[in-house]
Design a protein around this ligand. Structure first.
Ligand code: BT5
Length: 247
């Protein structure tokens, strides 16, 4: 694999044939004071999902973590996560896979029986003061040229969906798309997210740190909250695990 060296990316690329976690590597670079960089790996041996869940990252996937130092308060970080999901869903669509986003950042492919399979995920980590982010690491994992046997149940890949499984093109599009979305007006991320959303209009059940919220997902609001219409009115959900309920 020679993904990295020929990458025409909007970031400097720190390439690894094998690494524990690209997010951990990016965090180390952040501590060293590096500026914007995209860590890219052919495989990860200790990658993480959110809430310390395991993430499978065998060869054939796109595993990347972008280190940026945006001049924004920590409260705006969720919009970077939405942007990463949009860039990834768009890269999948360019590869011929009809992917969409489950709030906030799961990239899924709808199945014929009304379910979904997970194509990609995003893990964002940051450090900052009250009013300003010091560094932000946005980790993106996408199953591109990966076989079902190497993935957990419920997962899918570009190859499995019959798309064009070109990892180099995919990672390039993800990095370009993300860069474009976060370099301009951050408010513009929301309409781009809405265009790819699978969650809006759906009945959802969100497990938030403050309890379960159930209702119909109506919209997203800057910097990334989900507005859920419940029996008791509209609730604004800023974090949590979202499940689409079958009608
Ligand atoms: C995520 O977590 O979806 C965020 C995944 C972020 C991975 C990237 S890869 C580059 C960077 N470096 C890292 O170490 N991480 C980031 P979450 O929403 O918690 O979903 C985790 C769940 O997805 C697991 O519990 C499994 O059920 C499932 N899963 C694990 N590996 C998968 C895969 N390769 N494809 C699809 N689903 C997977």
């Amino acid at each position: 694999l020679a993904v990295a060296h020929e990458l025409d990316a909007p970031y400097d690329v720190d390439y690894h044939d094998s690494v524990g976690s690209t997010n951990d590597r990016a965090r180390d670079l952040a501590a060293d004071g590096e500026r914007d960089v995209a860590v890219v790996a052919a495989e990860q041996t200790g990658s993480r999902g959110r809430l310390d869940r395991e993430w499978s990252a065998p060869r054939g996937g796109v595993w990347t973590s972008v280190l940026v130092r945006p001049d924004v308060p920590p409260a705006q970080v969720p919009v970077f996560t939405l942007a990463a999901a949009v860039a990834t869903a768009n890269a999948a669509r360019e590869a011929g896979v009809d992917a969409g986003i489950k709030w906030p950042n799961d990239v899924l492919v709808p199945t014929e029986d009304g379910g979904t399979r997970k194509l990609a995920g995003v893990l964002t980590e940051m450090e900052g003061e009250a009013d300003r982010v010091s560094w932000l690491v946005v980790g993106i994992g996408a199953n591109v040229d990966v076989d079902a046997a190497d993935l957990p149940e419920g997962a899918t890949s570009v190859a499995m969906e019959g798309g064009v499984a070109d990892r180099r093109a995919f990672v390039q599009r993800v990095l370009e798309g993300f860069h474009d979305l976060v370099s301009g007006d951050l408010d513009a991320v929301l309409p781009a997210w809405r265009e790819r959303a699978l969650t809006l209009g759906q009945r959802v059940r969100v497990e938030t740190p403050g309890g379960v919220v159930e209702g119909v997902a109506r919209d997203v609001e800057f910097p990334g909250a989900l507005l859920v219409e419940t029996d008791d009115g509209v609730e604004r959900v800023t974090a949590g695990d979202c499940e689409h309920l079958r009608p």
